[in-house]
Design a protein around this ligand. Structure first.
Ligand code: HEC
Ligand code: HEC
Length: 260
């Protein structure tokens, strides 16, 4: 009897796992919309104009840093990577770093090269240099569809990210899904809630008067619902980033986005 029950529990767990695997995205691929769709026409035009888009300043800074910013070994990024070698890279992040087995986003990956290959200090999250290099690398994937992988070691991070996305938090007891799956297209104060995709980051935000990372944007949402904010680079944010990338699968990269 006990064995039968154990087997039943196992079967139920396997079934649940199967259901999770087969579960459809809340927003089907045909209905995916970039955040830029929900902007006013003025900001959309600004994003699409390479000369006027304020975020392009960071892309240009990143291009300079790419060949100048050197560590103690006096190597620059360009010493090892060809200028055009980063096309498609940003579309595949977050990703498991083979050497450490850890999930890393593009910022972390750049810092892994700084610490592991250049004998240099890691760049701080939201520092001008890290934002510039991240924007420069991501810009090279302009127009390419997000294509992250959630198999193998990434699977557990994906599940954790899914749970974090659906967790009710803060004084308002809301999850990310409450707004970005269930209420997108509706007005919230002066903004229209988008589907909450990561494809334009780092993005220039008028409210910040600067460019910011995806994690900064996530923290702004958490602050908006009076929920606890974690430090930049926290594992929970990385898991969330992976889940966001998965639900945006196929959406083209638009870095640097322009937002309110
Ligand atoms: C109360 C509603 C609300 C909740 C809850 C919320 N957000 Fe947001 N979020 C917004 C609004 C409003 C914006 C700014 C307009 C837009 O782009 O949607 C935004 C923007 C974003 C963006 C940027 C989209 C873009 O194209 O620039 C991302 C990514 C995002 N949210 C992720 C999250 C995540 C992850 C959570 C959960 C931790 C979350 N949000 C919770 C309302 C919410
Ligand atoms: C000494 C050589 C070297 C330098 C200098 C270097 N890298 Fe790397 N980089 C590598 C190697 C090798 C890899 C392949 C992954 C690995 O084994 O670490 C890599 C991987 C990467 C990746 C991931 C590519 C992918 O396909 O996922 C990015 C992004 C990257 N480097 C950015 C940078 C940036 C930005 C700099 C400058 C701050 C830099 N790298 C400096 C050697 C270098």
């Amino acid at each position: 009897m006990r064995r039968a029950r154990a087997r039943l529990a196992l079967a139920a767990a396997a079934l649940a796992a199967g259901v999770v695997l087969a579960q459809e995205r809340a927003i089907p691929p045909g209905e995916l919309k970039s955040g830029s769709v929900f902007l006013g026409s003025d900001l959309r035009a600004l994003q699409n104009d390479d000369f006027a888009n304020p975020g392009m300043l960071w892309v240009e800074r990143g291009e300079r840093l790419w060949s100048e910013l050197a560590g103690k070994k006096t190597l620059a990024c360009a010493s090892c990577h060809k200028d055009t070698s980063m096309r498609g890279v940003a579309a595949s992040y977050p990703k498991i770093d083979k050497a450490s087995g850890k999930l890393v986003n593009l910022e972390d990956r750049i810092n892994l090269c700084r610490t592991g290959r250049m004998d240099a200090e890691p760049l701080r999250y939201e520092s001008e240099e890290l934002l510039a290099l991240t924007a420069y690398v991501a810009r090279q994937s302009l127009g390419l569809p997000i294509a992250t992988r959630i198999d193998g070691a990434a699977r557990a991070h994906f599940e954790a990210g899914r749970a974090a996305y659906h967790l009710r938090r803060g004084q308002m007891n809301l999850s990310c899904a409450h707004c970005h799956d269930a209420q997108w297209g509706k007005r919230l104060l002066s903004e229209t809630i988008s589907q909450g995709h990561p494809n334009a980051y780092p993005a220039y935000r008028m409210e910040w008067q600067t460019i910011g990372s995806l994690q900064r944007r996530i923290r702004a949402c958490l602050s908006g619902i009076r929920a606890e904010m974690l430090p930049y680079g926290s594992p929970e944010y990385l898991d969330l980033e992976l889940y966001l990338a998965w639900r945006a699968q196929g959406l083209p990269i638009e870095t640097p986005g322009v937002r309110r």
